[in-house]
Design a protein around this ligand. Sequence first.
Ligand SMILES: [Zn+2]
Length: 97
Amino acid sequence: MLINIDLYTVVIPILVTIAIAVTLFYVTSKDLRNIMASTVSRRISEYTTLKCPTCGYVKVREFRPGDYVGKVEEEKCPNDGSNLVIMGISKEASINQ
Ligand SMILES: [Zn+2]
């Protein structure tokens, strides 16, 4: 056999090249994500989830200062007139283009 693959002169340089390529790809994609995050304008909205303790009616509205989980709202349930209770406050990021 004339073909003699030398592990140290053929395989290792290929592995090193792959390792460098993967590292470069990883670093570049990380940079791209940072660039995307800084250039695309993002708007983070906070939402308050209200729930009727009687029938389970759920309503989501924009967060207002002073909202906290467990707070009894002035707002009434459209089904039975019970006061709605704040069940949760969540943040949602929307990307504006
Ligand atoms: Zn209700």
